[in-house]
Structures are given as C-alpha cells and as structure tokens.
Design a binder for this molecule. Structure first.
Ligand SMILES: Cc1cc2nc3c(=O)[nH]c(=O)nc-3n(C[C@H](O)[C@H](O)[C@H](O)COP(=O)(O)OP(=O)(O)OC[C@H]3O[C@@H](n4cnc5c(N)ncnc54)[C@H](O)[C@@H]3O)c2cc1C
Length: 415
C-alpha cells in the first residue's frame, strides 16, 4: 500500500519504520525542516513504565488548586479565551475519578511495557544510537504521603508483572550515591529496573536515516493543509505544495492532530500541556545521575544524555504558545543545582518549551477513524517517547489487518 504519514515527530517516524518494515511504500510529510524538532525534541528522555500513570487522578484537582494558590505554576490551568481549553479541562476532570484513573493508568502501563519491548526490538534491528542508558529509573519522594502512594504504584506495576522495588533512604543513596547530600530530605523511592532513558530526538533522527535506507521518503518544509474526503474515504491530502493521493493516511501531528481532522467533522480531545526543559553540559559525569529519574514532590525529571544533563519540569494547561521569557526556568535551575550542582555547568543552560499532546485521560488514540483509510496515532501526552515504538507496531498491525499483540482497549477512537 502507498501510505502517507502526516508529521515526523517520534510517533510519525516510529510509525514510518514499522509500516516500511511491513513492506508498504511510505512517505512522511513534515512542516519543519527536520524530524523531531517539535515536542519530541527536548523531553526528559525517560522510557518509563514507572511513570505510566494517568495525570487525571483523584489528587489532580487539589494539586492544581494548591499550585495555583502558591503561584508556583508547576501544574497549572491558565484560563484562555478558548472553548476547546475549557471543554478539555472538563473532560480531564471527568477522568479524575478513582475508577477512570485506574483504568487509564493500566491502559497506559500496558502500552508502555509493550513499547519498551518494541524499543528493544527496533534497536536490535537497526543499531540506532541515542545516548541510551539501561540502568532502571528511580522515582524518589520527600514526604511519607507520596512514598505511600509509591506502594500503590508498585502494586499497579505488579498487575502487569513489572518488577519494582521500594527503597528506603539508605536504599536510595545506594542506588544513587550522588544523593548522599539529600539523604535527610528524602523518605524513599520506587526503583523500576526495566525502565531506561535516552534522547528521543537523536533516536528519531537516527531512525529517519534507517527508514530512508528502507525506501521511506521524507518531505520537509511542507505544510499539511487539509484532507479531501470522498464518501467514507480520504481521496487525497492537500499541502502547501499540492495534492497527493495514497491508499492510506496516518495522522501523527501531535497537538495539531485535532485541527486537521476537525475539517472532516471528526473530534479528538487533544490539548497542549506545556512543559520546560534545560540541557546543560556535564562537567563531571561522576557527580551526575547514575540512572535517570524523577524528584516526585518537586515534579522534576532528569537524565544524563551522553555528556549532557537534561532536566524537565511543569505541566501547564495554557494554550498553544511555546514562547518564553526565561524567568520561568529559574526555579527548576535552582532545584537542578541542589540535585546535581557539581555535575554540570549551569551558567548557560539551553532552554526549551514543549507542548505535550494530551488526551484528557492520558491514553493515546491508535485506531482507524470513521474514514476507512484514515488512521490516527496521536495524543501520547507526557509519554510519547516511551510509547512510540509500541504504538507504531500496533498501528502497523491494524493497517495490516492483524490482531495487535496487546489489548488496545482504551486506545480506540470514540469521537
Ligand atoms: C517537558 C516535557 C518532558 C517530557 N518527557 C518525556 C519523557 O521523559 N518520556 C516520554 O515518554 N515522553 C516525554 N514527553 C512527551 C513526549 O515528548 C511527547 O509525547 C512526544 O514527543 C509526542 O510526539 P508526537 O510525534 O506525537 O508529536 P510531535 O513531536 O509534536 O510531532 C508532531 C509533528 O507534526 C508536525 N506538524 C504539525 N502540524 C503540521 C502540519 N500542518 N503539516 C506538517 N507537519 C506538521 C510538527 O512539526 C511535528 O514535527 C515530554 C514532553 C515534554 C513537553
């Protein structure tokens, strides 16, 4: 089949790889001049089952309120004159019940686990290099209440047979000796040995090169404008360079996916959730993280990506802008210094803002749309790097009319 993929983030490129592997003739259209230049560029790099829980949890509304009252903007709703933002927020709140939260988290965890296996397979097949580190991930806590929640997370992981360990203070320092200076401030951690980290931008760019060797065409600097419907099929994609027909089309446009399919009368509740990252040159890697992780009570994720230290923070429901002034990063720079101040040069951090393509419950949509040859692989929120390779394999199986290897309940289009 001739298949056109719209969008060359980590999801679009992983999809191109799996579809090309199945023998399809694949073209990827991307408006930027390179792949993975948007949300897949500067993320925390965690490949994480341990963090594969829905952000729409019973605690989320209270956390957002507290964050708002403290004006710390770590998790925030910044009201816009936008009905789609308010509609999305209502849908998010509806997903915050204990039942929905558990159901969504298990769906996400299942996909994350499968994706981690698929990442292994793709790396084995292609040999792509991306500053990978396979040492597990550590999620550490500063209060007893949050450590108690970690036990719940460990139980959830165990439901899918994912091993984890709860560590006390000494256990944390044994795993991460560079936290010795923090020992008194910690209550413990969850350690997930099968989790890992790596640079999703480097991964995607390396996979583009493999895809090209397999015959995939990448067209950059081309803006997808609309899809031309014909009955219950898509007849063509229209871009700023013209009209192109294919047998099938796959939407992987991240936060812009709903905008394209809205023209066809299809709804997709994806809204941007803004986050920040800083990247610093490591000056003494022996003082940097042994394994990547998350400072859960400060909502700070970090990883060593080769000779760079990456730190990310913040989840703001604040519209489509990725502009920044610079002062938004000051808090996370200070927090980063208290963790790894001796490891990296904090004098001139590379600043980045990313917009997570978030579904209200956090579970992406990997499915055929009501148009028989239009497929969706989008809405991966805070876990797109983690979920990319499994999502791509599921998509390729569905396109090839094969049963995916995991249950895709919860990932279906229900517009
Ligand atoms: C601060 C932060 C930290 C994160 N940390 C992690 C992490 O540790 N682990 C993890 O798993 N995930 C993480 N994520 C989430 C992850 O980065 C995203 O889920 C993932 O990058 C989404 O990939 P995507 O391909 O769907 O979207 P994108 O990467 O946004 O790709 C969509 C592509 O479509 C293109 N496009 C859009 N409109 C058009 C158009 N009209 N025509 C042509 N092309 C178009 C865009 O240019 C873009 O390249 C993080 C995100 C943020 C912001």
């Amino acid at each position: 089949m001739k298949i056109i993929i719209l969008g060359a983030g980590v999801i679009g490129v992983a999809s191109a790889y799996q579809l090309a592997k199945d023998g399809h003739e694949v073209t990827v259209i991307e408006k930027a001049e390179e792949a993975a230049g948007f949300t897949s560029f500067g993320n925390a790099g965690l490949v994480t089952c341990g963090h594969s829980h829905s952000w729409a949890s019973p605690d989320a509304p209270g956390q957002m309120l507290r964050s708002f009252l403290r004006n710390d903007r770590k998790i925030g709703f910044q009201p816009q004159l936008s009905p789609s933002q308010w509609l999305w927020a209502l849908k998010f709140l509806r997903q915050c019940t204990p039942e929905n939260s558990r159901k969504n988290s298990l769906n996400m965890q299942r996909l994350a686990q499968y994706s981690t296996e698929m990442l292994q397979e793709v790396v084995g097949e292609t040999g792509v290099e991306y500053d990978r580190r396979q040492k597990g991930l550590i999620y550490f806590y500063r209060t007893q209440k949050s450590l108690d929640a970690a036990a719940h997370q460990a139980d959830l992981l165990a439901e899918d047979g994912i091993a984890s360990e709860i560590l006390d203070r000494d256990g944390v320092v044994a795993r991460e000796p560079n936290f010795a200076h923090l020992k008194d401030k910690l209550t413990g951690a969850l350690y997930v040995p099968s989790d890992e980290s790596g640079d999703s931008n480097l991964f995607t760019l390396a996979l583009v090169r493999k895809c090209e060797q397999m015959g995939v065409t990448f067209r950059y600097g081309e803006n997808v404008v609309s899809l031309e419907g014909n009955g219950d099929e898509i007849a063509a994609v229209l871009t700023d360079r013209g009209r192109e027909e294919a047998d099938a089309y796959v939407v992987c446009l991240g936060i812009y996916s709903p905008h394209l399919i809205r023209q066809l009368g299809l709804k997709l509740p994806i809204y941007p959730v803004r986050g920040y990252s800083i990247t610093l040159p490591m000056t003494d890697s022996s003082k940097g993280p042994h394994q990547a992780g998350v400072d859960e009570d400060n909502l700070l994720a970090y990883s060593a990506l080769g000779n760079r230290l990456r730190i990310t923070s913040t989840a703001e429901i604040a519209g489509y802008s990725n502009a920044y002034e610079g002062k938004e990063f000051l808090g996370m720079i200070d927090e980063g210094k208290t963790l790894f101040g001796e490891a990296a040069d904090f004098s001139d951090p590379k600043l980045w803002v990313g917009l997570r393509p978030m579904m209200p419950g956090g579970v992406p949509v990997i499915d055929r749309s009501p148009y028989s040859n239009l497929w969706l692989n989008t809405g991966h929120g805070h876990l797109g790097w983690t979920m990319s390779n499994g999502s791509a394999r599921i998509l390729a199986d569905l396109v090839g009319q094969r049963q995916p290897q995991i249950d895709t309940k919860g990932m279906r289009y229900d517009g």
